[in-house]
Design a protein around this ligand. Structure first.
Ligand code: FE
Length: 158
């Protein structure tokens, strides 16, 4: 499992870098740092645009059990479904898959002396969190996401 995951990740990294290089001027730099700073409240700005991590067990969506869609807190792209949210015990909202994998970019993150895989919103380049290999089946993945990186759109009761 670990081996195949590594292979997929390597390909994802390649795609991610191609994407970032190709779109750096188009999407990611579409808004200037000043514009993001104006648009986002300071806490969200620090996480989404400066890759800060909210303290564990403090996020507003950690225990959210409502049905709906989690969207990028910066641009509103649909990222995760409540159907794949689970309690990982990590202190951050966790999902075993992305709603639309195409909406997320994975990049290697060597910060803090750790080998991790950062996840970014593909549409706007904002920081979401990290993805790990210790999630539940069927994917074995844990998308570990800051609440501050997300907004929640509750599904209308029918
Ligand atoms: Fe976004």
């Amino acid at each position: 499992m670990g081996g195949s995951r590594r292979l997929v990740s390597t390909l994802d990294y390649h795609e991610a870098f191609k994407y970032l290089v190709k779109h750096l001027g188009v999407m990611v730099m579409n808004k200037t740092d000043e514009e993001w700073k104006k648009q986002l409240d300071p806490q969200k700005y620090r996480v989404l645009r400066k890759k800060a991590t909210e303290p564990a067990f403090t996020g507003k969506y950690l225990h959210n059990k409502e049905r709906g869609v989690y969207v990028c807190g910066a641009c509103g792209a649909e990222l995760f479904s409540s159907d794949t949210k689970y309690d990982s015990g990590s202190g951050w909202p966790s999902f075993w898959t992305a709603l639309a994998k195409d909406n997320i970019v994975e990049v290697p993150d060597h910060a803090l002396g750790m080998e991790r895989t950062e996840i970014l919103c593909k549409n706007c380049g904002s920081h979401l969190g990290h993805v790990f290999d210790d999630g539940p089946q069927p994917t074995g993945l844990r998308y570990c996401v800051n609440s501050l990186s997300l907004d929640f759109k509750k599904k209308d009761a029918k």
